[in-house]
Each structure stands twice: as structure tokens, then as C-alpha cells.
Design a protein around this ligand. Structure first.
Ligand code: ADP
Length: 376
């Protein structure tokens, strides 16, 4: 029997409101006083979470599963994709267009890359926000070889015009190219190699029905259970060459909002703490190992409580609580917390809704009695 995302998430425990630690930890992690290297004022002994975005992106890349066999969880989705790929390959056909939907960080981009790998084809990647016009797609479409994949991340953010431009490309593998400008501009229709469009979206409902209807394979990714996330964490720890005990992996997993991206990010921050501790003890010679103590310390520094709620989650809930029974609009929330509306809608709200802490109504958002209980 199918389970709802909420059933797959761990039960809510009592909220442990951490102190005012932000994602950017400002206070350095000192070595304990009783440590032989306890002065703690040398820079390499400090907790340094602020590695550059580029390094983070590189590490995230290194953790990406490279083959379907390495992709953990989402069995139904993976099975459906593998059957479709095998059948298309056996027929010597191009794979049908694929739409992957689900919260950020669930593995949509990873799956697009795995599809290309399994089909043995090339992949071109772009994203909805940079495609304002149909003509922004021409370069990609005319560069594709037969069977190649055009991956469009955040496909719901493509303009309507670009969406409509894709119709003939998706169906007849033909595109219109304008020869000149203005209302009387002439255009010619040229053929492109048969290709597979793989779209990823966090908001499937925003796609126009005729566009959505042109995808032959539609798969929805759900939140991962803590057990599956723990397995992902153990795999990532092995790649990062850190030891982690089973309880610690489970603890990180239960705070990871059901998404591998959060799990891997927490793991990297916990690894920073563990590494500092190891350096304090043995000048960096000890193997870096993670236990529940290190996890708790890192999560508290990040402002994440035992339910995986961070400072922003709690701020959002407080705003809703303070307005009582009057629903609060997304614009008000965004301005109050100083975050983009889209980030709140795509990253924060889905988790708060899944946990039954807030509800969306046509007039705005409301906190539930569960949120009241948790914050009190
Ligand atoms: P999305 O495109 O849905 O935002 P990504 O595909 O970029 O998510 O995944 C985010 C990160 O999480 C990737 O770097 C990858 O390392 C990891 N990841 C996602 N799904 C899995 C999985 N099923 N098994 C292992 N790692 C995963």
C-alpha cells in the first residue's frame, strides 16, 4: 500500500530550540581545554564551515550516484525508468519525454544524468529561468544528436512562449526559426534530431496542461524515509572517507527533511566538526570519525533541532502563530523573514506542510495546533 510522504518521515519529537546559531556559524570551534592541543587559536583548529560555494558544488558532484545501481531509494520511479529505457533501447527508439517532479534535492538532476548514462547518449543541461524566449532553445535543440537528452531544470519557470515553442520540437522534432524581426517577420521550419526532453520541476501544477500532456513518462519523487537516508549518508561518508557509526547516520537522517541534499549537507558540516575534534586530539593524524555527540554539536551550531527544523522554519511558524486565525500571504512572510518567495514555497513550506505544521489556504498560510505545541 502506498504511504504518504508524512508517514515516511520520522514522528515529530519535542522541539529543542537551539540558541541563536545561524547557518553561517560565527563562533569558532575551540579545542576542549583539557586537550593537549587546547589553545584553539590556530586557524586550522577552528570550525570552518564557510568553504566556497564552488567547493561545495564540487563535493556535491562527487557524491552523485554515477549508475542506477548506486541510486538509493525511490524504487518505483527507478524501476519504471529502467523498464522504459530497456524497452526503448531494445526497439532502437528514442526514449519518450520524461517529467520528474518533487521537492528540491530529491535526486531529479541525478536521475536525468543516470538516464543519459543508461541510454548511452549525450545530455545538454539548461534551466527554466534562463529560457525567456523560444529562440533561447534553438542552440540547444539544433546541437542535439539523435537520442540525446535535453535536460531542463526548473522547467516550470520557463516562459509560456518558450513552453509553446517546444510543442512542435517535442512532437514533430521541428522548430521554427525567424529570419527577420517585426510583425511581418518570416520564419522557416527546420528539423532537429529526435531527442528526449527531461524536465525537472518542484511545481508540476504550474505547467500548462498541453505541455504536461506531451511528456510520455511522468514520475513523482517522494520524501525519503530516515532509514533510506541513513543508507545514503553511509555511502556518502565512505566517499568522503569518514567513519560514521549507525546511530549517528540515523540521527543525521532524521533531521534531513526527507531529502538527500540536506542529508549530504549535514554530513559535510558534521564532518567539519569531527575533523576539528580529531585535529585537536592528534594533530590531524587520527581518522575522522562521527558519533552522535559530533552530530548533536554540529546540528546545534547550525540551528537545526531534532525535527530537522531550522531557524527559518521556526521564524515562518512564529509569523503564522502571531497572526492567529488570519491567514498570512506569501509576500508578507517573504518580506518578514528576508527570503525569496520562491525559496519559501519550494524549500521551506513543503516540509512544514508535510509535517502538519502549517496549511496553505487560498487566502494564505495558517499555523496548525501542532506548530503551537512545538513552539511553546
Ligand atoms: P534535485 O535535482 O532534485 O534538486 P539532485 O539530483 O541535485 O536533486 O540531488 C541532490 C544531491 O543529493 C546529489 O548531489 C546527490 O549526491 C544526492 N542524491 C540525490 N538522490 C540520491 C539517491 N537516491 N542516492 C544517493 N544520493 C542521492
Amino acid at each position: 500500500m502506498a504511504t504518504s510522504p508524512e508517514e515516511r518521515l520520522p514522528p515529530l519529537g519535542p522541539s529543542v530550540p537551539p540558541d541563536d546559531f545561524g547557518w553561517e556559524v560565527e563562533n569558532p570551534l575551540e579545542c576542549p581545554d583539557d586537550s593537549p592541543a587546547g589553545s584553539g587559536d590556530e586557524p586550522d583548529r577552528h570550525f570552518q564551515p564557510g568553504i566556497s560555494g564552488e567547493d561545495e558544488a564540487q563535493i556535491e558532484k562527487s557524491l552523485r550516484p554515477r549508475r542506477f545501481e548506486e541510486f538509493i531509494g525511490q524504487e518505483r520511479v527507478v524501476e519504471n525508468l529502467r523498464i522504459a529505457i530497456e524497452a526503448a533501447r531494445a526497439r532502437g527508439e528514442v526514449l519518450d519525454h520524461v517529467l520528474l517532479s518533487g521537492m528540491p534535492g530529491l535526486g531529479k538532476t541525478t536521475l536525468a544524468l543516470l538516464i543519459a548514462d543508461a541510454m548511452g547518449v549525450g545530455i545538454q543541461e539548461t534551466s527554466g529561468p534562463v529560457i525567456e524566449r523560444g529562440k533561447d532553445l534553438v542552440g540547444h535543440l539544433t546541437n542535439l544528436a539523435r537520442g540525446d537528452i535535453l535536460f531542463i531544470d526548473e522547467i516550470h519557470r520557463m516562459s509560456r512562449e518558450a513552453e509553446e515553442y517546444l510543442y512542435s520540437a517535442m512532437e514533430d522534432f521541428k522548430v521554427d526559426i525567424r529570419l527577420d524581426k517585426g510583425p511581418d517577420a518570416r520564419s522557416i521550419r527546420i528539423g532537429v534530431a529526435p531527442f528526449t526532453l527531461v524536465g525537472a520541476t518542484t511545481r508540476e501544477g504550474l505547467l500548462a496542461a498541453p505541455f504536461r500532456g506531451r511528456f510520455g513518462i511522468l514520475e513523482k519523487l517522494e520524501a525519503y524515509s530516515p532509514e533510506v537516508l541513513a543508507e545514503i549518508i553511509r555511502r556518502s561518508a565512505a566517499i568522503l572517507q569518514v567513519e560514521i557509526d549507525a546511530d549517528a547516520a540515523q540521527r543525521i537522517a532524521s533531521c534531513s527533511r526527507g531529502t538527500p541534499r540536506f542529508a549530504n549537507r549535514f554530513l559535510r558540516r558534521v564532518r567539519d566538526v569531527a575533523q576539528c575534534r580529531a585535529q585537536c586530539r592528534e594533530s590531524g593524524k587520527e581518522p575522522v570519525s562521527i558519533n552522535c555527540g559530533t552530530v548533536d554539536e554540529a546540528l546545534q551550531r547550525l540551528g537545526v533541532d531534532g525535527n530537522g527544523l531550522d531557524i527559518m522554519d521556526r521564524q515562518i511558524m512564529r509569523i503564522l502563530l502571531s497572526s492567529g486565525e488570519v491567514p498570512v500571504g506569501i509576500k508578507t512572510i517573504a518580506i518578514t523573514v528576508g527570503e525569496e518567495e520562491r525559496t519559501i514555497e519550494d524549500v521551506y513550506e513543503p516540509y512544514l506542510i508535510q509535517r502538519g505544521l502549517i496549511i496553505r489556504t487560498p487566502r494564505g498560510r495558517l499555523a496548525t495546533p501542532r506548530a503551537v505545541e512545538l513552539l511553546q
